[in-house]
Write a protein that binds this ligand. Sequence first.
Ligand code: RTP
Ligand code: MG
Length: 141
Amino acid sequence: MDAVESTLVLIKPDAVARKICGEIISRFERRGLTLTAMKLLRITPEIAAKHYEEHREKPFYPELLEFITSGPVVAMVLTGPEAIKIVRTMMGPTNPVNAPPGTIRGDYATIMTNNIVHGSDSETSAKREINIYFTEQELVQ
Ligand code: RTP
Ligand code: MG
């Protein structure tokens, strides 16, 4: 039996602006993942810095921060067997140019910064990121 995991997913500002949140959430639900927390929020520079601290020294960091704080995002926790890997596979590669059709980035995105979704990349990241966006009480069992 595969381990049940929870992962943090963000529907990024480009996707909220394009009004495709419903379509993206539908894909995850259709796959069989369970929503266990969800909210719409505007990411502050402080939250963005915490979320993307691993990229602080990267050349693309300023652009990444400007983009992720540019408009509201939908933050959610998805739970299910191997949820972390399943979400990453459904998202497709970071650069939409390399993302095959059928993946979220491959179906909706063309450029690296505006790549529609975020998904935690490991168990450690998932725990850390869920804690940034949700309190213990907001996680529904
Ligand atoms: P995310 O964290 O957003 O789920 O994306 P990811 O794991 O696929 O990619 P990651 O390496 O964590 O990078 C975070 C975000 O930074 C932007 N990026 N730009 N110009 C570049 O070389 C570059 N590399 C990364 C992307 O928007 C990526 O989602
Ligand atoms: Mg990442």
